[in-house]
Write a protein that binds this ligand. Structure first.
Ligand SMILES: Cc1cc2nc3c(=O)[nH]c(=O)nc-3n(C[C@H](O)[C@H](O)[C@H](O)COP(=O)(O)OP(=O)(O)OC[C@H]3O[C@@H](n4cnc5c(N)ncnc54)[C@H](O)[C@@H]3O)c2cc1C
Length: 507
């Protein structure tokens, strides 16, 4: 059948992780799929999110290591680098990954790719305003509609995978000052800013604040709440905050941003109410760049969900456990539905959608399971988390045991001069069942997965303790947590029994 004609098994709106995984998965099972993207294939993760940020973080880490070279016995030295070249390298790394998400690859998988903005015209039909694609096959080739044309597509199922964008806070003057978001900072920055205000101290704000600071920009984080990384336990957030401050990041918390403006010198000024200083003092910070990282909003505008009969409210789109909207044949996945805005979550949800589209009956469909969700903030050290932290366990009135392992007790961390950090493992009170783990360490995101798998497979800390771990590795952190758990099993009765056994053995 010609591209665009007939009835598709699935039309996917948005070619970020959620859309790409659903499109590839369904096409791989033999379904006829159309995929629509209005901007760049790969969505936020590839173009404006995970990939460019982690590429910059990698360069910034090396720069910082050179700056701290005495820790490794080298002479003190200042890293030599050109800011723009660090960004060029980031783009080159990103370009290396891009073919995986490209239009060509998806067309080779049998997916019909359209470039343009999609909107529903009925529950079974969408309309695309075709626009020129930065990565397109030429118009006319392979039945590609030309820019400016309107293409209608009909399908049995749809997936809304339109992602999210930076929330722009309602601050006086915000529309009159230049600011960056994640969509513009990686490609729109022309040279190194001398100073930068990062509005928002969540994961994105903290990662980029540390990165720019290491690249030589004076960074101020403005955080509304009383801790950075609000989802983490307070001790975890405070540990990271101290690290950022030691590296030169200025952190201002407990404030309400009030107004922004451009000064005569061309700087951005931010006025805020400082709630911490007892009264409500008004203060101002100046910078030549402003980065807004105050949260995310779902991309729903322009989809004309009313025409599709899909229910939504100001908080967004609601889906069932099966990821169906109020129209059963219209699914949604990824950032547009949350509740966890991560690439791996978009991927996991997309896999559930692929399966559920294929299943003819509701009872055969799979529910989305959020019981074991890992995440990582890629600051240095990384902050990785799965399951419950102390804060959440307390909020839920759960009794728990806590096992803390310091990195200074891990030989590998000591020889690597990386002993600042720790792991916190929560278990169900009196048992080795793991409720959650938070690791603050280099490569914490990788280390975490021993706990992720353990939680998923129902493996307890005692089993981790009895598993041989290679020496010397950071992974010994998990075994040491297990050892700590085992020591709690040494009850007074067990101690008496062992004493008796030792006494007998001596006879
Ligand atoms: C700076 C930053 C760093 C991040 N780092 C990490 C990380 O390290 N690890 C991690 O797991 N997550 C990270 N994330 C989050 C991650 O990027 C997102 O969770 C992920 O991209 C969500 O994928 P998605 O498919 O839901 O949406 P998106 O990737 O946003 O894709 C949605 C796509 O839909 C398109 N679209 C929207 N509306 C329409 C329409 N009407 N018609 C056609 N197309 C449309 C958009 O153009 C977009 O390309 C980061 C995010 C940011 C901003």
């Amino acid at each position: 059948m010609k591209k665009g004609e007939g009835i598709y098994d699935l039309v996917v709106i948005g070619a970020g992780t959620a859309g790409l995984v659903t499109a590839a998965g369904t096409a791989g099972l033999g379904g006829r799929v159309a995929l629509i993207e209005r901007n760049l294939m790969g969505g936020d993760c590839l173009n404006f999110g995970c990939v460019p940020s982690k590429a910059l973080i990698s360069s910034a880490r090396l720069i910082q290591e050179i700056r701290e070279s005495e820790k490794w016995g080298l002479d003190q030295q200042e890293p030599q680098f050109v800011f723009e070249k660090i960004f060029e390298r980031m783009r080159e790394r990103r370009a290396k990954i891009a073919p995986h998400d490209s239009r060509e690859r998806f067309e080779s998988l049998g997916v019909d790719v359209f470039h343009g903005e999609a909107r529903f015209v009925s529950p079974q039909e969408i309309e695309i305003n075709i626009s020129p694609s930065p990565q397109s096959s030429p118009p006319g080739r392979g039945g590609n509609p030309a820019s400016g044309e309107v293409q209608r597509l009909r399908a049995k199922n749809f997936v809304i995978a339109t992602g999210s964008r930076a929330t722009i806070p309602t601050i006086e003057g915000i529309n009159n000052v230049p600011y960056f978001t994640n969509e513009t900072i990686f490609d729109g920055l022309k040279g190194k800013p001398e100073n930068m205000i990062v509005l928002g101290g969540g994961p994105i704000g903290c990662e980029l604040a540390q990165t720019f600071c290491r690249l030589g920009t004076q960074v101020t984080i403005i955080q509304r709440g009383e801790q950075l990384l609000p989802r983490e336990d307070r001790d975890v957030a405070e540990f990271l905050e101290r690290r950022l401050i030691n590296e030169g990041v200025r952190v201002i918390k407990n404030v309400d941003a009030r107004a922004v403006a451009t000064s005569d010198a061309g700087n951005v000024t931010l006025e805020f109410l400082d709630r911490q200083s007892g009264g409500l003092a008004e203060r101002t910070v100046f910078a030549d760049a402003l980065l807004v990282a105050t949260g995310r909003s779902p991309n729903l505008e322009g989809l004309d969900l009313k025409s599709a009969g899909v229910e939504f409210n100001e908080r967004g789109l609601r889906v069932t456990d099966y990821l169906q909207t109020s129209q059963r044949h219209i699914y949604a996945a990824g950032d547009v539905i949350g509740p966890f805005l991560f690439t791996h979550m978009a991927d996991a949800q997309a896999r559930v959608v692929v399966r559920n589209i294929l299943m003819p009956f509701q009872f055969l469909r799979q529910k989305m399971n959020y019981s074991v969700v890992p995440w990582c903030t890629y600051t240095d050290p990384e902050v990785a988390h799965v399951g419950l932290g102390e804060k959440e366990a307390q909020q839920r009135n759960l009794d728990y045991d806590l096992f803390v392992v310091l990195l200074e007790d891990i030989d590998r961390a000591v020889v690597e001069s990386e002993e600042a950090g720790f792991g916190k493992i929560l278990t169900q009170k009196g048992s080795d069942k793991i409720l959650g783990a938070t690791i603050v360490a280099p490569h914490a995101g990788d280390l975490l997965h021993e706990f992720v798998l353990a939680m998923k497979a129902g493996i307890g800390l005692a089993t981790i303790a009895s598993t041989i771990h290679a020496y010397p590795t950071f992974a010994e952190l998990a075994r040491k947590a297990g050892d700590k758990y085992n020591r709690t099993r040494l009850t007074p009765t067990a101690k008496k029994l062992f004493a008796w056994l030792y006494a007998r053995a001596g006879k």
